[in-house]
Design a protein around this ligand. Structure first.
Ligand SMILES: [Fe+2]
Length: 212
């Protein structure tokens, strides 16, 4: 009960509005482990560098065109179809506009950013050692930060950041406008993920290219 049930009150309720949705899909181990091996082998072939501690690295943005990524592309497409159905969007012509690998070594982080001119963004997690297994999502309502009074406990209703834990085989899908960041890798092992963007084909082809 959000408001105490005082004698003067007939009823009260609270209505969440304009929710910000992040979809989290966990692939079965027997499916994603062989796929991950194929992807890692492809990244090695593409020149996955030995990245120095404290540094990050990103590949070219066309990995979705490589044969070794076919299964992952199929997962992204199936997930996207489900999201479009869930949102009752009556347009099913979409495409992956970019797909690239990210490596973050010990101490490396990724600042908050969005992926303009895309509808959905996402990430798939290949190597998520302990201490490098989260992603932060930031409140997309800048005006909500005008007043930030102290709170006695962080809750879903008063926080301006949500930390989502991921593991190998996790696929996240979220609105491309939603700011996200990655904390510094606290593990000795590199964190490796694959990022991607999805856009309606007509928009990407005719109006404007994605701005990553
Ligand atoms: Fe991103």
């Amino acid at each position: 009960m959000p408001i105490p049930n005082d004698p003067w009150l007939e009823s009260s309720d609270v209505t969440p509005m304009f929710p910000t949705l992040v979809w989290k899909l966990q692939l079965k181990a027997e499916f994603h482990q062989p796929m991950d091996e194929r992807i890692l082998a492809a990244l090695e072939k593409e020149g996955l560098p030995r990245v120095a501690a404290g540094k990050g690295w990103q590949s070219e943005q066309n990995l979705h065109q490589l044969g070794e990524f076919r299964d992952l592309v199929a997962c992204v497409e199936r997930g996207t179809r489900s999201v479009l159905r869930f949102l009752r969007i009556g347009c099913d012509a979409f495409e992956i506009t970019g797909c690239w690998a990210n490596v973050l070594t010990k101490g490396a982080s990724h600042r908050a950013h969005t992926h303009p001119n895309n509808f959905l963004s996402g990430a798939y997690y290949l190597c998520t050692p302990a201490g490098a297994d989260t992603i932060n999502f930031h409140d997309p309502r800048p005006q909500a930060g005008i007043i930030r009074p102290p709170v006695t406990a962080l809750t879903a209703e008063n926080t301006d950041q949500v930390v989502v834990r991921v593991k190998n085989g996790t696929l996240l899908l979220f609105p491309a406008y939603l700011q996200h960041s990655v904390d510094a890798n606290a593990s000795e092992e590199p964190r490796i993920s694959i990022s991607f963007n999805v856009m309606f084909s007509g928009f990407a082809e005719n109006l404007s290219k994605p701005l990553w």
